[in-house]
Design a protein around this ligand. Structure first.
Ligand SMILES: Cc1cc2nc3c(=O)[nH]c(=O)nc-3n(C[C@H](O)[C@H](O)[C@H](O)COP(=O)(O)OP(=O)(O)OC[C@H]3O[C@@H](n4cnc5c(N)ncnc54)[C@H](O)[C@@H]3O)c2cc1C
Length: 122
């Protein structure tokens, strides 16, 4: 795998600043797709911005009026382990529990990264 620099910002504004100053940067949520693709040479970058330490991207919050707020870096195990998600969005909880095995579920989904990659799987 090609060498790259790594940054783990603690806020959205810090992440946005890093992306602005590193145009070829790649976002990393769980890394279960990105690192595989970098290792295989299907993607390249010299800068990776890890989103896991940004609190709002790790938030799950359910409000009966507003519905579900799901951060872009929330891993599968937290989605299917959340009682409000299981009660109000059982299909979402079921899908999150289907992806990979326990280790992958501990790092991946990351809701946005799934849609960003548009992988037509579970
Ligand atoms: C062993 C194994 C088993 C797997 N099993 C399954 C399976 O059963 N079903 C399935 O569907 N998939 C499976 N996958 C694929 C992978 O785990 C999923 O696609 C997972 O959803 C990727 O999530 P991630 O958080 O690790 O994404 P990452 O690898 O971190 O990111 C994926 C892409 O999204 C981009 N990205 C991440 N966050 C953002 C953001 N906030 N904004 C914009 N772009 C962003 C990244 O730059 C990257 O291009 C498996 C992978 C492995 C290694």
């Amino acid at each position: 795998m090609k060498w790259f620099d790594y940054a783990a910002p603690r806020s959205v504004s810090e992440a946005a600043g890093l992306l602005a100053s590193h145009p070829g940067a790649r976002l990393l949520a769980g890394g279960t797709d990105l690192l595989v693709q970098l290792r295989a040479g299907r993607k390249e970058t010299d800068y990776v911005v890890d989103l896991k330490r940004i609190p709002e991207l790790n938030a799950i919050d359910y409000d009966p009026q507003r519905g579900l707020t799901l951060g872009a870096a929330v891993p599968c195990y937290r989605i299917y382990g959340d009682s409000a998600v299981s009660r109000n969005y059982p299909a979402l909880a079921e899908v999150a529990a289907l992806i990979g095995g326990t280790q992958i579920q501990g790092r991946a989904w990351k809701w946005f990264s799934k849609t960003a990659r548009s992988a037509p799987r579970a």
